[in-house]
Design a protein around this ligand. Structure first.
Ligand code: AMP
Ligand code: MG
Length: 519
């Protein structure tokens, strides 16, 4: 097994001179050197073959003892220079100071088959100087959720970090899953995550908060050179205009990411600024969830139950708030608030436009017209009027015959009110009149709709079932789901059980409708 390392992040930024693995505040450094903690008895649970292939690893490589040793953290591969990043962040709206990779250890960047550099990191590989009071470990339950969801998101076409492997450590980890005083031992696991970069808004914020402007500049230069090189064609190196253009690009990527979350019904759950990727990728799959019934106020995160800051319908506003924090962090390199404010204003306009275009595509319209805003608003109100499964609703909407009973598979209630029935009938009539304006054939409309409205998403109860089976030693469901979720837009009729709406038992069950940050 050969991994071609080219460690760019550590080459571009200063290292913490202290090399012991003790919890501490780290100043004027982008990262600390730290090696993964070896584990007792690793066993391979799953590999995403496409990600392995990206990194130049064959199917045989992935089954080798070497692979198991490297991706469990038991062996540092040749060329790797393991480290944990320093970053800070706003958690639930409050500045939390230094956070950092408390349980993720980066091995470095690997040059993939495509010539691109891929950062690889092991999540749950032991304590680092940033572990604060926690243990640096991860449990099987949350690792299955991260592994499967990041791959599901990729195949849905949503910008995301990827996952290469899921490995059980053979060790037990103590967790209080619902933070209610009932701590238990759970099986430990390590996920290898793969991304062009793991830099977050919080990396910039930590330098800015400490007035470490030289380091802030080094980080900014590095990220621009590696990930936004096209900006260097138009702006001078280190110019305020370059940094402002970079900020604008980050805002635009963030807009795109959130619009995509809205399209598929994904709720991130912990949009703290340390969980915001500078590349606009979905990162840190913790207490995320998927809308079953359409409800803009829903959040899966019980830690956020009181204010529901990170509820589905609030994600764009929170993303914008997070971009404000990034603007503050970059300000010392721009020294002028005007261009930064212009990008924040553009965020809102561009979100609105992209959201409208996305909704028009979900409805199978050729394009969004201003008068469609009302049609969309009326639909949203109907979807919350009676409990309606979002994913199933949009799949049903591509049918040729549209009556209220077309949507039967999507309704959670057995009976519909007369009110609802007539409102829905009226809406469908209006919708069909709008479709007639486009004059698209039914086949073309259905094909276009089924390419943006997935049949299969990683529903909360599917995750829970896979976890319960895995904890009983049966990993087959993980493999089945990984496979089904590779083609989320295909009908896959023999897999339809995984497209079913939430069963009643899952409505109030921990792990399905309620998740804490405990992972
Ligand atoms: P999160 O909300 O999961 O993004 O985590 C917030 C911060 O807590 C990050 O700095 C994580 O590295 C850290 N953290 C979360 N869980 C653990 C853990 N089990 N051990 C050490 N650090 C952790
Ligand atoms: Mg995080």
């Amino acid at each position: 097994m050969q991994l071609q390392f080219d460690n760019r992040f550590v080459a571009a930024l200063p290292a913490d001179p202290e090399t012991t693995n003790q919890r501490r505040q780290v100043h004027r450094a982008g990262y600390s050197w730290v090696t993964p903690t070896p584990v007792a008895n690793p066993s391979l649970v799953a590999v995403a073959d496409e990600v392995a292939d990206l990194l130049g690893l064959s199917v045989e490589d992935c089954q080798s003892p070497e692979f198991l040793a490297v991706f469990s953290g038991n062996k540092v591969p040749a060329g790797a220079q393991p480290f944990a990043m320093a970053y800070g962040g706003h958690q639930f709206g409050n500045w939390a100071g230094q956070l950092g990779d408390g349980r993720a250890i980066n091995l470095g960047e690997v040059i993939g088959r495509d010539g691109q550099a891929w950062a690889i990191q092991l999540k749950g590989a032991g304590a680092t100087p940033y572990s604060r009071t926690a243990d640096g470990l991860a449990v099987l339950r949350s690792s299955i959720r991260e592994f499967l969801c990041s791959e599901a998101m990729y195949h849905l076409g949503v910008p995301t970090t990827r996952a290469l492997s899921l490995i059980q450590t053979g060790e037990q980890v103590m967790r209080d899953m619902m933070y209610d005083g009932n701590a238990e031992f759970e099986p430990g696991a390590v996920v290898c995550r793969v991304s062009p970069s793991f830099v977050r808004f919080g990396n910039f914020q930590l330098f800015a908060a400490r007035d470490e402007v030289d380091e802030l500049r080094m980080l900014t230069n590095f990220v621009i050179q590696q990930h936004f090189p096209h900006l260097l064609d138009d702006f001078d190196t280190e110019s305020p205009e370059l940094v402002a253009a970079f900020f604008d690009a980050v805002c635009q990527r963030t807009v795109h990411m959130v619009v995509e979350w809205m399209r598929v019904g994904f709720v991130h759950g912990v949009m703290n600024t340390d969980n915001m990727s500078i590349l606009g990728l979905t990162i840190d799959y913790g207490p995320y969830g998927w809308l079953d019934s359409y409800d803009p106020d829903w959040t899966p995160n019980t830690t956020d139950a009181q204010h529901r800051r990170y509820r589905y319908g609030q994600q764009a506003n929170v993303a914008l708030w997070n971009c404000y924090q990034l603007a503050n962090a970059l300000y010392p390199l721009v020294n002028d608030s005007k261009p930064l404010e212009a990008s924040l204003e553009a965020f809102q306009a561009s979100y609105q436009a992209q959201w409208h275009a996305m909704m028009a595509s979900k409805l199978g319209l050729l394009e969004f017209k201003p008068e469609d805003a009302d049609l969309i608003a009326a639909l949203e109100s109907l979807l919350t009027h009676t409990e309606t499964d979002m994913t199933l609703f949009y799949r049903c909407l591509s049918q040729p015959e549209l009556t209220v009973s077309t949507f039967k598979p999507a309704f959670y209630a057995d009976e519909l009110s007369a009110d609802y029935h007539s409102a829905m009938t009226a809406w469908l009539k209006r919708y069909q009149a709008r479709l007639a304006q486009d004059g698209r054939s039914q086949t073309a409309r259905a094909a276009a709709m089924n390419a943006v409205n997935p049949k299969f998403v990683f529903r909360n109860y599917l995750a829970q079932q896979a976890i319960e089976l895995a904890e009983a030693g049966d990993f087959s469901r993980i493999h089945t789901l990984l496979d089904v979720l590779r083609k989320p837009y295909d009908a896959q009729p023999d897999q339809s059980q995984f497209a079913a709406r939430r069963p009643d038992w899952a409505k109030t069950k921990a792990g399905c409708s309620m998740l804490s940050c405990s992972s």
